[in-house]
Design a protein. Structure first.
Length: 239
C-alpha cells in the first residue's frame, strides 16, 4: 500500500488553506494547516511532515524567514507559494533552501504535480553508507576537516573550501562509491531547483576537482557517470 504523505500547508488565507487541504486529502495525502509562521513552528515541533507548502507573503514572520529557519536544521522539503510578480522573492527563497515554488494564482493540479515530483526526488535519496563518526575524514592523501571547512595534506598544505564545495565534498564522502544524480546532489546540498540551476552542480564539481584531482581533466576521484551523474571513488576513513 502506498505511503500516505503528511503535508503542512501554511497560508494566511483560509480559503486557500481549505481548498488545498481538501484537494490534497482527495488525492491520498494527510494534511495539517497553519495560518501563520508561529503556528507552523508549533506544528513542526509537535508533528512529522513529509513536505511543507509555504506562502511567502504572510503577516508577522514571512515565509522567507521561516524557510531560512527551517533550512538551517533538518527539515522536510519546502514548496513556496509566491505572487507572480515577486521574482526576487522566488530567487531568495531558492537560495535559502526552498525546493520549488508555485506562483499565485495556481492550479491545484500543478501544485500536486510539484509536490509529487519533490517527494519522489527526496525519497529516492541513496542512504548514507557507513557514515564515519567524527568530523575529520581521510580519503587518499587528503584529510577533510568539516569544522574548519578545509583540506590538509600531511601537516603543511591547507586548502580552504567554499561553502558550496564543503557541502558537495561532504555529500560525496558520506556516500562513497554511490552514483548520485545531479538532482540528488542538488537535494543534498540544498540547491535543489534543478530546472533553474542544474549547471551549478557541474560548476561546483569542476572547482572541487581542481582542488583534489592530480589531473582535473582526467578525474579519478570524482568520476562522471554519463547519463547518471557523479560518483566519488575511493575509501573514506574517520580520524
Amino acid at each position: 500500500m502506498e505511503t500516505t504523505h503528511h503535508i503542512l500547508v501554511v497560508d494566511d488565507h483560509k480559503e486557500i488553506r481549505d481548498l488545498l487541504a481538501k484537494f490534497l486529502v482527495k488525492h491520498g495525502m494527510r494534511v495539517t494547516v497553519a495560518p501563520d509562521a508561529a503556528e507552523a513552528r508549533r506544528q513542526i515541533k509537535a508533528g512529522s511532515f513529509d513536505l511543507i507548502v509555504l506562502d511567502i507573503m504572510m503577516p508577522g514572520e514571512d515565509g522567507l524567514s521561516l524557510c531560512k529557519y527551517l533550512s538551517e536544521s533538518t527539515s522536510p522539503p519546502i514548496i513556496l507559494l509566491t505572487a507572480v510578480t515577486e521574482e526576487m522573492d522566488r530567487i531568495i527563497g531558492l537560495e535559502v533552501g526552498a525546493d520549488d515554488y508555485v506562483t499565485k494564482p495556481f492550479n491545484p493540479r500543478e501544485l500536486l504535480a510539484r509536490i509529487r515530483a519533490v517527494l519522489r526526488r527526496t525519497h529516492s535519496m541513496p542512504p548514507i553508507r557507513d557514515a564515519p563518526a567524527g568530523e575529520r575524514l581521510k580519503f587518499g592523501r587528503f584529510v577533510f576537516d568539516a569544522d574548519r571547512r578545509e583540506l590538509t595534506v600531511g601537516d603543511e598544505i591547507v586548502t580552504p573550501l567554499s561553502y558550496g564545495e564543503y557541502l558537495l565534498l561532504s555529500a560525496f564522502l558520506h556516500r562513497p562509491n554511490v552514483v548520485l544524480t545531479r538532482d540528488q546532489l542538488l537535494d543534498i546540498t540544498r540547491g535543489r531547483a534543478a530546472n533553474l540551476f542544474d549547471r551549478s552542480i557541474d560548476n561546483q564539481v569542476s572547482r572541487l576537482r581542481r582542488k583534489i584531482e592530480e589531473d582535473p581533466k582526467d578525474p579519478k576521484i570524482i568520476q562522471t557517470i554519463w547519463g547518471g551523474g557523479y560518483k566519488f571513488v575511493g575509501t573514506v576513513e574517520p580520524i
